[in-house]
Ligand binder design. Structure first.
Ligand code: JQB
Length: 397
């Protein structure tokens, strides 16, 4: 792959000589050429900027040096070939792993590093008349120029090229490839005494039980993604239960506990009545027990128009079991398929290696039993003294 970078600070791109990118260049996998924009000026001061028309703060990059620099890059290629020009800018399309992948498939990329308040708009027109042009943003914050963005983009693109990273496997098992953040990683020593504090590697990782390790890692990935990047979770996006307005499914946070407790009491009071008992744990939940449960379960809350209208939670139980619990829908919204929808969402969150979905309900909870059976669950056990039944369904993936 060929890369051309135009900048008024060519030294800023010196890191492209280092590490994996530097080796890829020496191995002939990457042909990187950095150009000084000032080499395409013709005045004594090598001027690249001027004041903005219409007024306002700062300076704007002049069009003529840019047009000359880009024409010179194009002219240096094979006849007929043009690069895909990437212009870093805070107003560009987001730079993502998907964009990195598509750029990695191109034979020739050129990067135009702006500075000051940006580049005269006519440069984009000049370039677009000659080559594909994409304005790309690294993220929603403001940099002083495009150079840092180019370093990041070139690193993300180059490591995807065949031969740049020796171990192709390390490319697959990564966050942003399958939409979840990475699980935490550990190395030796298994027990590290850190100035008096003993810090142990989680014991499951030393167990040699590959199924248990996979389940633990999946739970860690979900918990991290829920805490740091809830926007990435598959359930938070376009999927919505029919007939509910402005729905939002999110991991429960401590701020949800008050409403969650109210919803839980409202839903499970009905269960107590149907089963003629007060021995329904959800009825006895308190603010503090509910808050503590958030650390033991992956608990989700469904809001509609800001109102908390549903909940469900899951956790890894026995070997290969994903235990679903506390599926509840606000009493006035029951019977519309919202519970069935929540059940489907929590089923999707079962970790890799799950063989069974398991849940418990009241032996006399007719409505629940009907819904679970329709969803493919079968009774696999009864606790007659307590009055509950255990239901399970095999998971095929
Ligand atoms: C000048 C840049 C970024 C390139 C990326 C990102 O152009 C501007 N407009 C408003 C404020 C500041 C600037 C400064 N500036 C060239 C230039 C900023 C890139 C940039 C970027 N890619 N934030 N800022 N994610």
């Amino acid at each position: 792959m060929r890369l051309d970078v135009v900048s008024i600070f060519p030294d800023y791109l010196a890191p492209l000589d280092l590490s994996l990118i530097g080796r890829a260049r020496r191995d002939g996998l990457l042909d990187v050429r950095v150009h000084d924009l000032r080499d395409f000026t013709h005045d004594r001061h090598r001027t690249v900027d001027d004041t903005p028309y219409g007024g306002g703060a700062g300076m704007v990059m002049k069009p003529e040096p840019w047009a000359e620099a880009l024409d010179s890059v194009v002219a240096s290629g094979d006849s007929g070939a043009v690069p895909h020009l990437i212009v870093p800018g805070p107003g560009g399309v987001p730079f993502t792993q998907a964009l990195a992948r598509s750029l990695a498939a191109e034979p020739w990329l050129a990067f135009a590093c702006g500075r000051y308040e940006g580049i005269d708009e006519r440069v984009y027109e000049h370039a677009a008349a000659r080559m594909p042009v994409t304005v790309v943003s690294l993220g929603d914050y403001v940099l002083n120029g495009g150079e840092v963005a180019v370093l990041a983009m070139v690193e993300a693109v180059a490591r995807l090229l065949p031969g740049v990273i020796g171990n192709a496997e390390s490319l697959v098992e990564e966050s942003h490839e399958d939409g979840l953040l990475e699980y935490p990683v550990y190395t030796k020593p298994a027990s590290w005494t850190d100035g008096g504090v003993v810090r142990d590697v989680p014991s499951v990782l030393l167990s040699g039980d590959h199924g248990a390790i996979a389940a633990w890692r999946h739970t860690q990935r979900l918990a991290r993604t829920a805490a740091r990047r809830p926007d990435l979770l598959p359930v938070s996006g376009a999927l919505t239960p029919e007939g509910l307005a402005e729905v939002e499914l999110r991991p429960a946070t401590p701020g949800d506990v008050g409403e969650l407790l109210t919803l839980t009491h409202a839903c499970w009071l009905k269960e107590g009545i149907a089963n003629e008992t007060l021995r329904v744990p959800a009825m006895h939940e308190t603010v503090s027990s509910m808050a503590a449960s958030l650390g033991e379960w992956q608990t989700w809350v469904l809001r509609s128009g800001g109102r908390l209208v549903g909940t469900v939670r899951g956790r890894v139980a026995g070997e290969g079991d994903w235990y679903v619990g506390r599926l509840g829908v606000a009493p006035d919204l029951q019977g519309r398929g919202v519970g069935r929808w929540l059940l489907a969402r929590i089923e999707e969150l079962a970790p890799e290696g799950t063989r069974r979905l398991v849940l418990t309900t009241g032996a006399k909870s007719e409505g629940n039993l009907r819904m679970y059976k329709k969803a493919g669950y079968r009774i696999v056990g009864r606790d007659d003294p307590v009055g509950t039944v255990e239901l399970a369904k095999p998971l095929r993936r």
